[in-house]
Design a protein around this ligand. Structure first.
Ligand code: PGA
Length: 256
């Protein structure tokens, strides 16, 4: 069975509730529903509930951009996966901005992956090397460490409910994505690591996204890369025409 492709809009810390609803309305008008492409919106946490009341079922799904790994308790200011249960299908976990600005390390990411799975939410685990690591020739080792730790307690049943996004930190927000060869190598490395941990079938079935400076013009070439099943889009997802174009191009692309 062909895997459905996934396009995730990460709105980051942009837009208030009214602006989020306006963007949703524009996306709704400009995006055609398709069975083969899941379109996932990740607005600010406060906009999740209002958006959930407006989105058309089967057209858009919701994701949170982050959540805290404890299910409940005295953790002022945090939102748990348990609180998001029933509201979102996905949570982005371990985004490089969380790692850089909020000190999340691989162990934190592992705890969040566990919390997501325990609450029936699919984690989209973001991994990727920074400039220094790439130039030092450490990309594969960094990806290996990020994957192995994040999946530390994930069972062979649970791996089916995990998505991994390759997001080279040096290409985020820069306007130019990684090259096809760089993405190909990273995705092969992700698949190899998952194969070593869970076997070939699990690696073949794993959904892998690419994210960092995705724009409409690059969609065809990125999605033609073996093992890439979708896109995580930041900046371009805030412009309805650009994001609708990315979704349309994904619907057209021959996913592998
Ligand atoms: P970008 O962000 O598309 O603006 O590069 C991607 C991301 O951070 O997920």
């Amino acid at each position: 069975m062909a895997k459905s492709k996934l396009v995730v809009a990460n709105w980051k810390m942009h837009l208030n509730v009214a602006q989020s609803l306006t963007l949703l309305m524009r996306l709704d008008k400009n995006i055609e529903r398709s069975r083969d492409v899941e379109v996932v919106l990740a607005p600010g946490a406060f906009a999740l509930h209002p958006l959930s009341r407006e989105i058309k079922q089967n057209k858009f799904l919701l994701a949170a951009q982050n959540a805290y790994q404890k299910d409940e308790g005295a953790y002022t200011g945090e939102i748990s996966f348990t609180q998001l249960r029933g509201l979102v299908d996905y949570v982005i976990v371990g985004h490089s901005e969380r790692r850089i600005y909020f000190g999340e390390d691989n162990n934190t990411v592992r705890n969040k992956v566990q919390a997501a799975l325990r609450n029936g939410i699919t984690p989209i685990i973001c991994i990727g090397e920074n400039t220094h690591e790439r130039h030092a020739g450490h990309t594969k080792r960094v990806l290996h460490d990020q994957i192995v730790t994040a999946l530390g307690n994930v069972t062979s049943q649970e791996i089916k409910h995990v998505v991994i996004a390759y997001e080279p930190v040096w290409a985020i927000g820069g306007g130019t994505p990684a090259t096809v060869v760089q993405i190909e190598e990273a995705v092969a490395c992700i698949k190899d690591n998952v194969r070593d941990l869970y076997g070939k079938k699990a690696a073949d079935e794993l959904r892998v996204l690419y994210g960092a400076s995705v724009d409409e013009e690059f969609v065809g070439s990125i999605l033609s890369i073996k093992g890439v099943n979708g896109l995580l889009v930041g900046g371009a997802s805030l412009h309805y025409k650009k994001f609708a174009g990315i979704v349309a191009a994904t619907q057209k692309a021959d996913g592998k």
